[in-house]
Design a protein around this ligand. Structure first.
Ligand code: HEM
Length: 164
């Protein structure tokens, strides 16, 4: 494994696999939901991270019900901690988001969304990833979609889970 590129310095704490749980909702949905999530960030020595996230809806006992959202993409690190992220989902949504990596927090907001012809309408997102300590990562996702203004869709707390 090559050493991380110098431009990755603000995000090297994110490298690895993270597992945990979250909850979510949206005004258009009848109920809130809980989910399990696994997120992996990796690098190959160049100044970008490969990002991959999978989620499973859980029932009230915490048993997985079915696979839910999945996405993957690239976080391109620029000087001064600027980040350009490209993220695609199997629901026909492709996002390009921009933001900053600063003191353990990455804050990304939508630059452009592209939708496949049959995708649901998504207008904007805001994603905040925060390293609480070296083994704990929190994630908050706001969503403007299906006619609703930007507001909470998801929050999760993940623990470092390499090799689990
Ligand atoms: C951990 C990740 C996520 C989970 C667990 C999740 C979960 C859900 C669930 C359970 C629903 C209700 C419909 C269904 O059962 O599929 C839903 C709807 C939706 N989600 Fe997510 N979601 C996630 C990430 C995202 C992301 C990243 C986006 C967009 C960038 C997104 C956009 C939407 C939209 C547009 C709807 C439809 C709302 C409607 O039609 O009323 N979700 N999500």
């Amino acid at each position: 494994m090559p050493a991380p590129h110098a431009l990755l310095a603000p995000v090297t704490g994110f490298l690895g696999t993270w597992v945990g749980r979250g909850c979510g909702g949206y005004p258009t949905l009848a109920e809130e939901f809980t989910y399990a999530q696994e997120v992996t960030f990796s690098h190959d020595g160049r100044p970008f991270l490969h990002y991959e996230a999978r989620a499973w809806l859980l029932d009230a006992d915490g048993t997985p019900l079915r696979p839910s959202a999945r996405e993957s993409g690239w976080w391109r690190l620029q000087p001064e901690g600027r980040v350009e992220a490209l993220i695609t989902q199997p629901t026909g949504i492709a996002e390009i988001s921009v933001g900053r990596a600063d003191e353990g927090t990455v804050d990304l907001t939508t630059h452009q969304v592209a939708l496949a012809p049959t995708a649901k309408e998504v207008n904007a997102t805001r994603r905040r990833y925060t390293l609480i300590d070296e083994d704990t990562l929190t994630f908050v996702h706001d969503l403007a979609a299906v006619g609703q203004p930007l507001q909470h869709h998801l929050s999760a707390q993940l623990r470092r889970g390499d090799g689990n």
